[in-house]
Write a protein that binds this ligand. Sequence first.
Ligand code: SF4
Length: 330
Amino acid sequence: MPASIDYRLLVSAPTNKSEIMPLLTATGQTQQALFQAARATRQAAGVDTVTLRGVIEISNYCQKSCGYCAIRPQNQTMDRYRMDANAILAIAEQIVAEGIATVFLQSGQDPKSDPIVFEAIPRIRRLGVGILLNLGEKSHDTYNRYAALGAESYILKFETSDADIYQQIVGTSLAKRLECAQAIRRAPMKLGTGNIIGLPGQTLDTLAEDILLAQQLAPAFVSSSPFIPNEHTPLESLGVGDINLTLNSIAICRLLFPSALIPAVSALEKIVKGGQRMGLDAGANVLTINFTPKDLRDQYAIYSTSRFVVSLDHARATVASAALQIQPAH
Ligand code: SF4
């Protein structure tokens, strides 16, 4: 394909499943055209800088038992921890000192951390930063209270749009998950959502349905993450998710959600060195830096006990290698 061809003319935003499916499997020049179209879309939407988030993994207790996650309570090889509000605030101050504008609190689905989060949100807000939460399924009242205290956004990934696969792997209903997603929007908080690529039973058809489901939810943030087999879980012997399917899904999401925040997740880097740069090249525009203290983050094995931990230096180098800029904090 001659270099002078404008790739944006070759790939436009798909409008239905039969247009999404061939893009998911794009390879070679077609895949490069897809990525170039995604980057052009990101630029045209004015979101061509990389937003950094600082994540604090505040608790590794969880009520649920997702088949891919080592935080599930059945895994007794892991020491459990729950930070208090003072510990969270001290780390939030480090995040702010690094010039990062979003403090991201993440944990297992741990009701006992709710009062701690209620105390922490206003204190973090006083530092002048935004607050993003990823704490699982909560009551509508709890979501409302997070929002009223000052949390702006909440990530609740649906993981897969196939209700049977979801029920089988996660052990609870997809309908309940989607109801929570709506409650988050009504709270009101901006919604982040997304899927995992490489779960047992998924097909191209279900992956295309994932993208259509994300469209229905109209998220502000959307992600595609490759499956990573996790020690001490029922899915530990499964292979990793396909990186090309994941990158193509990221690029399709960019075409469909031009101004969304789309992360290049750490699991990409876990699969292949330079994987997060590949995510940025496919249209992503977010990197999440891990600020959990090392002794605790070793116990936060949501993806793998040997996961890739994103440092600020790694993020800066990744952004530079993609010839992008970091979004200034203010
Ligand atoms: S993925 Fe989240 S909800 Fe599921 S077991 Fe792990 S921490 Fe709990």
